[in-house]
Design a protein around this ligand. Structure first.
Ligand SMILES: NC(=O)c1ccc[n+]([C@@H]2O[C@H](COP(=O)([O-])OP(=O)(O)OC[C@H]3O[C@@H](n4cnc5c(N)ncnc54)[C@H](O)[C@@H]3O)[C@@H](O)[C@H]2O)c1
Ligand SMILES: O=C(O)CC[C@@H](O)C(=O)O
Length: 528
């Protein structure tokens, strides 16, 4: 049985660790408590996939030892500590878990904002630790009626803005990369003029950390701000220049700052900590049980899918220019990989050709789709295949790859079809994504079975005679296999195909018993 090594480099929720532990194809190494030097030199060389958080830098040193690695999952949003071009050069697919900690970061931002306005941690300390009851010392300010400048109106920034609006603040948002209506539809002000942000009473930043945003607030910007401005940063250290922030706080130009993130972490010797008009937390934006559960389980699920070559959810270094593809295309690419993988399990044999077609708007992206289908189809036979090398390796093996845009679709808004021909036969699978976002197969080998592309499935083809479904159900029940979904389709040749989603892996003995049923034409098992 093929085993993949997944190394967990930083602490993730135990639910995620259990998923890794329980997967029979996964050899999982928990290395979060290992010294970084040992982790990188001794453990990383074994990894097919690594899961990291902000405490592990994926830099030259890491990559030099990641000799086996084909994918890396950043259990969180920010990838500023991951050398993505370096990973691409080594054929390592980088994925993040982009929205699982959004709410945790949003709520921490609100906590910082309120703490700055009311100096809450200081009055708490006064009473609780110093036992001083001095109400006249702790006059704060209200959020109501104040102008909040939001820099970066993405997942977190936009939600902070909504919550701040509930506090009756006036919101001004600066984000050159979004459509202004995303802001104005919420009855907030959109600006392209950064000076409008500098004129606000409270400023919060929610951009990624990159060349453009490092130091986006420096001494010059602070000088232009209102006296007594409040600044919050729960995104990344160094977005506010720390020296300028320190000087502004020291002089009182900045009344208060709420800071979760620092240029250098751990930040125990940061000079900002010496000030008494700052509220700080040790990079806790993602630290809620809810968010860590979501991140841990999604990171584990994605790492397992990547190790097996099923899919690379939220891949950040795709071999296509992401700025040129609309957002609806990405899930279709992921689904393309899944149907390639499914087809290769049904027809396990040497691959001869792969043909991918697209109907509807998705048809324009059929070349990229064919790369993804190829990765899925070949990952059973090659554990080195990825988006970067798929076309090259397929060519080397003499596999013919074709892609065709079929134009408008009569039935589905968008439809992709993969036809995989192996030495044993041909499997053709069509799939689409409806408005509910679920990736669904809608046809297989001429049968119109509709079923979600997820989990364990049994494909049972039979002569269309009475009593077959009952016998199949009984056989599965006898072997303790629980059915979660059942889709039946028939064709004009008096044949039927059942695609049965089940809770667990189906073993060879069960499959043999199913194959021995009178009406059975063939049966196969697949897992995606
Ligand atoms: N403190 C924590 O523990 C914690 C937790 C989660 C996320 N984060 C950080 O929060 C930040 C935001 O995360 P998100 O999930 O909202 O990301 P996101 O990608 O959804 O949003 C980022 C937004 O910033 C905008 N942006 C990019 N460059 C900009 C620029 N120069 N000026 C203005 N806007 C710009 C983008 O257009 C986008 O809308 C990231 O830095 C992330 O790493 C921190
Ligand atoms: O907890 C972490 O690893 C950091 C989380 C956060 O900063 C992120 O970018 O997702």
């Amino acid at each position: 049985m093929q085993k993949y090594t997944i190394v967990v480099c930083d602490h993730i929720h135990t639910a995620g660790l259990e998923m890794l532990q329980n997967d029979e194809n996964v050899n999982f190494i928990m290395a979060a408590d290992e010294p970084k030097d040992k982790l990188v030199k001794e453990i990383i060389p074994q990894a097919d996939v690594a899961i990291t958080r902000s405490s592990t830098d994926v830099d030259d040193f890491f990559l030099e030892h990641a000799t086996n690695m084909k994918a890396l999952v950043r259990a969180g949003v920010g990838v500023d500590n991951v050398d993505i071009p370096g990973c691409s050069k080594q054929g390592i697919i980088v994925m993040n878990v982009p929205t699982a900690n959004t709410i945790a970061a949003v709520e921490l931002t609100m906590a910082h904002m309120l703490s700055c306005m009311r100096m809450f941690p200081y009055s708490h300390d006064h009473l609780k630790n110093q036992r001083i009851w001095k109400r006249e010392k702790w006059y704060g300010h209200e959020l109501k009626g104040k102008k909040l400048g939001v820099i970066g109106f993405g997942n977190i920034g936009s939600r902070v803005a909504k919550r701040a609006k509930a506090f009756e603040m006036d919101i001004v948002a600066y984000d050159p990369y979004i459509h202004p209506s995303k802001v104005t539809d919420l009855d907030m002000t959109y600006t392209k003029n950064f000076e409008d942000i500098l004129a606000c009473d409270v400023i919060t930043i929610h951009t990624p950390k990159n060349k453009e945003t490092i130091g986006i607030i420096g001494a010059e910007e602070i000088a232009k701000m209102k006296d007594g401005v409040v600044l919050v940063n729960c995104a990344r250290g160094d977005l506010y220049n720390e020296d300028a922030l320190y000087d502004g706080l020291k002089s009182g130009k900045i009344r208060f700052a709420g800071i979760d993130v620092f240029g250098k972490e751990p930040a125990t010797d940061n000079k900002l900590l010496d000030l008494d008009n700052i509220v700080v937390s040790p990079h806790l934006g993602a630290n809620t049980y809810e968010s860590q559960y979501n991140i841990g389980t999604q990171a584990a699920e994605n790492a397992i899918a990547a190790a097996k070559g099923i899919s690379y959810p939220n891949a950040l270094n795709l071999p296509i220019d992401e700025s040129k593809i609309p957002s609806f295309v990405k899930p279709f690419l992921e689904m393309g990989q899944k149907i390639g993988f499914l087809a290769s399990q049904i027809n396990k044999s040497q691959i001869i050709s792969i043909k991918v077609t697209g109907n509807g708007e998705i048809g324009e992206y059929v070349d990229s789709l064919s790369t993804f289908v190829t990765v899925g189809a070949m990952s059973q036979s090659s554990d080195k295949i990825n988006y970067v090398n798929a076309d090259f390796i397929a060519k080397e093996k003499g596999i013919k790859i074709e892609a065709e845009n079929l134009g408008d679709s009569n039935v589905y808004k968008n439809l992709i079809t993969a036809k995989l021909t192996t030495a044993e036969g041909t499997t053709t699978i069509s799939a689409t994504i409806f408005d509910d976002g679920v990736q669904r197969m809608v046809a297989i080998n001429g049968f119109e079975n509709e079923v979600a592309l997820k989990g364990h499935m049994v494909l049972f083809k039979n002569s269309d005679v009475p009593g077959v479904i009952g016998n199949v159900g009984m056989t599965l029940a006898k072997h303790n296999v629980n059915i979660s979904d059942f889709s039946l389709a028939r064709n004009a040749n008096k044949e039927a195909l059942a695609v049965i989603l089940v809770d667990d892996k189906v073993d060879e003995t069960t499959l043999k018993e199913l194959a021995a049923l009178d009406a059975c034409l063939n049966v196969s098992y697949a897992n995606i």
